[in-house]
Design a protein around this ligand. Sequence first.
Ligand code: ADP
Ligand code: MG
Length: 721
Amino acid sequence: MADLSTQVVEVVGAKTAALLKSEFEIELVEDLLRHYPRRYEQRGALTDLGNLEIGDHVTVQAQVKSFKNLKNAKGGTRQEVVISDGSGSLTLMFFNQHWREKDLVAGRQGLFAGQVSVFNNKRQLTHPEYELLDDAADVNPDDYAEAFLPVYPATKKLQTWTIERSIDLALTALGKVEDPLPADIRKTEGLIDLDVALHAIHKPTSLEQLEASRLRLKWDEALALQVVLAKQRNEEDSWPAISRTEKPDGLLAAFDARLPFTLTQGQSEVAKTISAEMAAGHPMHRLLQGEVGSGKTVVAVRAMLTVVDSGGQAALLAPTEVLAAQHYRAITNLLGPLAERGKLGAHDEGTGVTLLTGSMTTAARRQALLDITSGQAGIVIGTHALLEDRVDFFDLGLVVIDEQHRFGVEQRATLVGKAGSDRRPHVLVMTATPIPRTVAMTAFGALDISTLSELPAGRSPITSHVVLSAEKPSHLARVWERIVEEVRAGHQAYVVVPRIASQEDKDLKPGQRQAIALEDLAPQLIEGPLAGVRVGIMHGQMPGPDKDEVMQRFANGPAHKDGIDVLISTTVIEVGVDVANATTMVIMDADRFGISQLHQLRGRVGRGSAPGLCLLVTEAPAFSPARERLAAVASTNDGFELAALDLEQRREGDVLGRNQSGMRSSLKLVSILRDESILEQARIAAVDIVNKDPDLDSNPALARAVQSLIDQARAEFVKKS
Ligand code: ADP
Ligand code: MG
């Protein structure tokens, strides 16, 4: 008798156990039984060979059509076996193995596994593994009667049928199973028991049964995840934080009085929530998400001023020097005399605003560090430089993180830790990549979420068009004319390119086209179509001060004597850059950017009162996925819609950015996008469980599942750091 915590080696033998461990880190019976089938073949129904992708590791069910023994030029032999599923066919290729002729007889059915490659324009598997289905010696007749044949995630060394046999052994040996899902949840959600589900997911006899087992097992994942998050949240909440409230007639009041616009309704509501949370004695953890240009910065500045009013400091962490410098400019502009504490004529309530970045001179940095330590700087803005050890705050009351997805969890933790060892600061993280609520929770941990869904009034919508530069070269010429016209009308423009320098030909994949490079395009434009306007260039490898200078000249605008009209740059301008006078953005090789990235980029224009125009230039062929993606971006300005599309098309991790949480990879069945309602129900249940029984003493099975999730996340974290 085995249970879920039995070592697999006791069930499957040493050799297979070693493979299970090396290929999939499977050690316990539970790990094995939770290695779920990737899909199911229906006995008798043949695989669609027409849809195999080159490079995929596949297992297909098909029938042998023909066997050919051929001579090679150099004296060896090769065996070409054609298999078919009725709709398409595939060649199996062997070298010097003519004895396979007695196995692979026309008419026989089998499972064939290998990597799909192409030879002479035909798809083939070279030296595939196979198992013939009508071979009585190899196939258990009981198996054969099943409606569904599981196909497991497998490798070359460990084929799906070996995994299947191991799982059969484990299921046969399995005794009583402790169920981690509390009985009341199973009852209200109508979920089947764990042992039933584990049998059914591997050996379903009907589609209904399979669905029931998947739903049940999704709940296991969702609940364990939500319990971890709920525990984290409780742990965070148990820290004390200093209550921060604004001073009557203080800095915040003075700021509001000089604000040149009124807050949108959304901004006011979020502001109210934030001020209530910061007034409490435990730390705020709030994610503020909002479309590009929705005005998140002002909301953050007001929160920072509240903290300064109460005698503390606020730090704003930005992902790039350009953004940090721009925040510094924007915030000092908004504050005006309020940002000039210590200077003559400054406002009584004023505070110091300090910028700290990696590229500052030693003297400037020393001064900045001093202002931070002494508390002279009420507002500190910086890049990763803020995370360094020697940055020591006088009284850090609020941490604001801009473009959260650019930072890892541990970077947030480093800054948060600077409030001291006995308390926590309030935390506000901001993101312009709108993501569904469940995704945000899962990826960013236990944060409360606010969303700014409306843009400030008076913004004109951005119009986007796809420009087919290869098919219609005259349209590209028109693009440059359009830019010149915008400049003549007093506006500014961006031209974004995917690369700084062109790639070496040897670095290109076969069939891959050279990407347009800044170093090539900029001189062409400056000498050609943009000869009459002032062009600036910016990219990520320029020294910080040079970037700042270019950005400053672009921000100064056309009226200024050394202003810049058109900025040609790489994606360093991607996030947050705010020049209201810029109306046009041209994105070269737009197909090389992701959906969310394009949406972020074009958010740089149409920020003022003049309408924005975004031109997506591409050479991608018609009907390609890239072209469809661009068409989607051009057709809507709804960031949420695009984010959902992006998530569908790409792996969730790519969209969210790096190392947000190792726990996401523990989700095998649950999709954080499609299973929103399960995750939400599980969250409610988890909060309840954790509040009643924080250490899960009454449910050891759940405690184990939770611990294994935590261990997994930690291991993942160690791998990455
Ligand atoms: P994002 O949410 O993308 O960070 P910002 O905070 O940079 O957006 O705001 C974009 C621009 O809108 C800024 O120039 C800001 O001053 C302006 N803005 C913010 N709130 C309002 C408002 N309520 N009315 C008018 N303009 C606003
Ligand atoms: Mg911003």
